[in-house]
Design a binder for this molecule. Sequence first.
Ligand code: LLP
Length: 421
Amino acid sequence: MESFIYRNHNLYCEDVSLAALAAEYGTPCYVYSKAFLRSRSQAYLQAFSGHKHLVCYSVKASSNVQLLKLFGELGLGCDIVSGGELFRAKLAGIPGRKIVYSGVGKTADEISQALAYKILFFNVESESELYLINRVAAEMDLIAPVSIRVNPDVDPLTHPYISTGLKENKFGIPIECAEKIYLEGSEKLKNIKFMGVDCHIGSQLTNLSPFRDSALRLRGLIERLAMGGLHLKYVDLGGGLGIKYDCEDVPEVKQLSDIFTDVFEGLDLTIVLEPGRSMVGNSAVMLTRVQFLKHTSGKNFAIVDAGMNDMLRPSLYGAFQKIDKVDINFENSAQFSDVNYDIVGPICESGDFLAKARSLPKLEQGDLLAVRGAGAYGFSMSSTYNSRPRPVELLVDGSSVTVIRERETYEDLVKGENLGR
Ligand code: LLP
């Protein structure tokens, strides 16, 4: 489904004009479509409806409590990676039994908070972490539910910074070592209960074969463990499904569910998923306004009011985010002479850009632009670098608009700082 469409030459989110939102709430500004978020949740729930499943939205992709609440109401759980994300999930009313906890560096405090909240399981990424969880659980007189995140050594065929399933990556326990750890752990670690096995091989995967390869390796491990007397109940297949940023071909959730249900056919397992980007990526745009135009020899710069602090992906990964002019005046043919622009922000770094050599209709000072595909790893990776307050976040539902996070103020910037008065 598409929630951002042109009506009478103006880009809308559902029934709300983006130009009107920018006028009322200012720029930069993140705008999410509730209908889109609902439809992605339903796509996952329907695709896996023929199998025992739990869809745990990966909070890091976009962590606003109102989005988590919406997903919770629709029946989803959460995949968290920190005490802060646990705090958000609790605020959103996500029950512990629908939370899985991943990440390579969990602290004793974070582990005890998650144990107290009775999460479904920890995805354990090293032997030392397993021992720490066992110790913390013993101190609390609890049994900790655990899955081991295995590293299946499968190439996800994606950007190296977002690949996690190769043996040179820091994530998970090499699959060939996992069997011994499970079987010895079941014997020795009295405060651990092994619930399942987990893997997440990378993000923005547009090819399905790495998903099948890693699922097959997990099935082999599950069967070997069963022969050793350890019967797991869950297989957590992580997130990673890619989305359309430009004109890439992306698989449907149903194609992914067909692969997984086929690979695990005949085993009594609940399939857990941790989708992030494919839930929220195309649910939002970031609005930004052209401040100045600057022409130097051979370059056209459009200096906009959003920087790498507001949207980091292009600077950090060289990621492509589609950019559209919010109002297109078809009567003015001059608008259609495409020009190549570098769309750059106000931050004092040459790496501060949203797009390079991007062909756009002729721009003018004050024009409003929509950066598409901004819902995943957009606001959640924003910062206040250069002491820039972070943008407002808006949620559109039909013709109604809710501020789900206010624009930060200068006072927010110095909150907690010793002002030396
Ligand atoms: N589960 C685990 C353990 C993860 O590490 C991740 C993402 C996910 C699930 C969700 O993956 P997704 O469905 O969103 O692909 N900042 C980067 C992406 C980093 C992904 C980190 N892990 C970007 O902007 O492309």
